[in-house]
Design a protein around this ligand. Structure first.
Ligand code: BG6
Length: 489
């Protein structure tokens, strides 16, 4: 039995037949139902432009769901219950005339969760139409990324929504915040005094955040080419991870306490000066190469590609935070498509002991590292120095991990998908895993400054073959400070 008291709602899913809904949201809702985390009265109303009623769309939804749910997690009884919750309504999101039918389909009295799995350009219009049918007061709206393309356009989207909804009913998704290990970061930092006392420039030498993907553009060329990796991944996911690592302890677990601390970090990010762009930032673009031994095309050869595109599919950068805690501690970020493996991890490198007493040739071994693996193989490991075992070994040192592997520790438990957690929290009305307006805006402000610098520089991204860790310049970026990326071989 779940520990949380689940609350009922009607989930109005705008864009219900789109890729995000079919690949992520509906499977996540099925899993919540399987775990007993959907209230008996909760209904899911799919909304999209395609003609047809519930019966017409159900077979296709079931087909996609069966593809998304591993066979061992498929349960006919759960599906029978889940399908009863599903409804479908064909509508034009921007046509006010479609909305009275929607209002009639929403059971009176229950809260509504309006999930916008649509382009941000229609968020404002949907909000206005929801307000016009008188359901805004009982509705929470969920906004998918990307929210805008820069600070100005993100403000436009946020303002259009804010005309009808107060901030405490707006849930901006950054799905990285729903990942199990990302939430564990909060537990690790603030439930263990051991780390908190070390968590500053006195003890930490530098921090690495890597979010690498094996996939390429996967048919999303049109969107991605306008964005590039900085807007697609750094502005949101990587900066959110950086905030969780760098923020001060919040006074409690409430959404605003946590978000206030994150905003302080974003405000303290040092804008990268134009004259340092060449040494502190590397943009890359993949060329043809091999992933798992299979030949894959380069970015410019992907379907629908503009052969002269200058969009980056890789970015690595050194970020500095201007405050007491982090002064002098570089944060190295890197993220790319078509890398050798899917890997998201944060490595905290601690400083060397102040006085060294072991053999000089072993000195390079010395330094504790805390490795937080977000995916795959979620877990946390602390690299500590010990003495090698054996009489003949003298005081030879070795590095060994103190390890917490989530899959081994919680053997029976499946690692839930990020969207399961996020949907559950929004249905419960908890905002702490969602991004506040000012966070989005400070993150854009910092990225806009960087992008403006790139545009002035006008340099093409550096090529790297698919299946490698990015351009050589990314190695040089960190090597210049006498360091290297952890675990690249
Ligand atoms: C999305 C980006 O936000 O995150 C995609 O738009 C990226 O380009 C995806 O592939 C990565 O998410 P995950 O959960 O697979 O690491």
């Amino acid at each position: 039995m779940p520990d949380v008291r689940v609350l009922p709602c009607t989930l109005a899913l705008f864009g219900a037949l789109g890729d995000l809904a079919l690949r992520k949201l509906i499977p996540a809702l099925y899993q919540l139902d399987r775990e007993g985390l959907l209230h008996a009265d909760t209904r899911i109303l799919g909304l999209a432009r395609e003609e047809g009623d519930t019966a017409a769309h159900l077979p296709a939804i079931e087909k996609r769901l069966r593809l998304a749910v591993p066979a061992r997690e498929w349960d006919d009884a759960v599906w029978a219950r889940f399908r009863e919750r599903l409804g479908y309504l064909s509508m034009d999101f921007l046509d006010p005339q479609s909305y009275p039918t929607l209002r009639d389909a929403l059971p009176g009295g229950l809260p509504v969760v309006a999930y916008f799995a649509t382009p941000a350009s229609v968020y404002g219009g949907i909000c206005e139409n929801l307000a016009a049918i008188g359901v805004a007061e009982r509705t929470r709206v969920v906004l998918e990324k990307p929210i805008g393309h820069d600070l100005a356009s993100s403000r436009e989207v946020n303002d259009a929504v804010a005309r009808f909804f107060p901030e405490n009913r707006i849930y901006r998704i950054d799905h990285y915040l729903g990942k199990e290990t990302v939430q564990n970061l909060i537990a690790l930092r603030f439930a263990n005094s051991l780390f908190e006392t070390q968590w500053n420039q006195n003890h930490i030498s530098h921090v690495e955040i890597t979010v690498a993907e094996k996939v390429g553009i996967e048919g999303r060329w049109g969107y991605f080419d306008q964005a590039g990796q900085l807007r697609d991944m750094v502005q949101n996911h990587l900066l959110q991870l950086l905030c969780l690592i760098a923020m001060d302890p919040p006074s409690d677990l409430s959404a605003d306490s946590i978000r206030d601390e994150k905003v302080k970090v974003l405000r303290a990010l040092e804008p990268i000066p134009p004259e340092q762009l060449a040494t502190r930032v590397v943009r890359g673009q993949y060329t043809a190469g091999f992933i798992d031994g299979k030949a894959v095309p380069g970015y410019l050869e992907e379907e629908h590609a503009n052969r002269r595109s200058g969009a980056e599919t890789f970015v690595s950068l050194r970020v500095d935070i201007r405050n007491w805690r982090w002064s002098g501690v570089p944060f190295y970020l890197r993220t790319g498509k078509r890398m050798p493996q899917k890997l998201s991890q944060i490595v905290i490198h601690f400083k060397e002991p102040p006085h060294y007493i072991f053999a000089p040739e072993q000195r390079s071994l010395i330094s504790n590292r805390l490795i937080i693996r977000l995916q795959p193989d979620e877990g946390i490991s602390l690299q500590v120095m010990t003495k090698d075992q054996g009489l003949g070994k003298g005081m030879q040192l070795r590095t060994g991990p103190l390890q917490l592997s989530f899959s081994e520790t919680f053997q029976a438990a499946r690692v839930p998908d990020a969207y399961e957690r996020l949907l559950l929290e929004v249905m419960q009305g908890n905002q702490y895993l969602f991004v506040r307006k000012d966070e989005v805006e400070f993150a854009w402000k910092w990225c806009d400054h960087l992008i403006a610098g790139w545009e002035r520089l006008g340099e093409a991204p550096k090529p790297y073959p698919a299946g490698t860790w990015g351009p050589q310049a990314a190695v040089a970026l960190i090597a210049r400070d006498g360091k290297d990326w952890y675990g690249d071989h």
